[in-house]
Design a protein around this ligand. Structure first.
Ligand code: PXL
Length: 277
């Protein structure tokens, strides 16, 4: 029988940035390549992301409610919901409403607590917003902070060098805040980058990749999109993290070869076909 729900779908609550390869413009191709239908709910519209010196930014908070209402009328059901960059403090309450209304028994909720990187919050993130982001943690089946975001969520001072035991403590704190599974991404360890997968009562799993160049913008969004689609397709979290980290590595290598500026995200287009296999 015909239905809007005959194919797996992931709702992506994130910004639309026209240039810079992040958020929705990354989630759409990546999730689609992995054969899952991607349905974006924009949180803001930007000409380009906020790491450029200048950008146009239009907060979408006031439009989200009628947008969500139409999806309700359509009876849409999602196997996955991913939240990412949010446009305002007020918007966080709407995102929670969206999660409450659209999370079913079969839905995996991935909360990417997008707030900052390299120890600093992004340009549009106020301290109030960062504080409010903590209230999204209990909704997460999977929470994917980088080290900066893990520190903000746990009120821990940021520093450059981390021991795995210290990151495990941060993950424990986020677990106590209500996240089911936690992946702390991009932990520098010599010439390697480690992703730490934490699940209450289980041994911590480490996914290591050789560092091929400095971190680039938008890679966190590729990371969360691959994890969400892979888990929705039945993969374990550890396998999904391994796939995401490996994919990002080859994209960074291409971006270095093509001399892509650090701001411009990674040229994932060169490798998208690999995700379809
Ligand atoms: O990739 C994180 C991100 C997402 N969306 C916007 C951003 C950033 C990081 O700078 O500015 C608009």
């Amino acid at each position: 029988m015909e239905s809007h729900n005959n194919q797996k779908k992931i709702a992506v609550v994130n910004d639309f940035s026209g240039f810079g390869r992040c958020s929705i413009t990354v989630a759409l191709p990546v999730i689609s390549a992995m054969k899952v239908q991607c349905c974006p709910l924009p949180t803001s519209i930007l000409s380009n992301h906020t790491a450029f010196d200048s950008f146009f930014f239009d907060d979408y908070t006031s439009k989200m409610e009628p947008y969500m209402a139409e999806w309700k009328k359509l009876g849409l059901k999602f196997e996955g919901i991913c939240t990412g960059f949010l446009g305002s403090k007020e918007q966080i309450a709407l995102v929670k409403r969206f999660l409450e209304e659209f999370t079913g028994d079969e839905t995996t909720v991935l909360v990417d607590p997008v707030m900052g990187d390299y120890g600093k919050p992004y340009a549009t993130y106020t301290p109030e917003m960062c504080s409010e982001m903590k209230t999204l943690v209990p909704y997460a089946d999977i929470l994917t902070p980088n080290l900066t975001e893990a520190c903000i969520l746990t009120d821990t001072p940021y520093k450059e060098n981390w021991k795995i035991a210290e990151v495990t403590e941060l993950a424990e704190m986020m677990s106590e805040m209500g996240a089911e599974k936690i992946v702390v991404s991009g932990i520098p360890q010599g010439s390697y980058l480690t992703n730490l997968c934490y699940e209450r009562g289980q041994e911590v799993k480490l996914v290591r990749t050789k560092k091929v160049g400095p971190a680039r913008h938008g890679t966190g969004d590729i990371f969360s999109s691959i994890i969400a689609a892979d888990v929705v397709n039945g993969a374990s979290l550890e396998d999904a993290v391994r796939k995401a980290a490996g994919f990002i590595k080859v994209c960074i290598i291409s971006s270095i070869e093509r001399e892509i500026p650090m701001t411009d995200g990674v040229c994932f287009e060169d490798h998208l076909g690999k995700l379809a296999r």
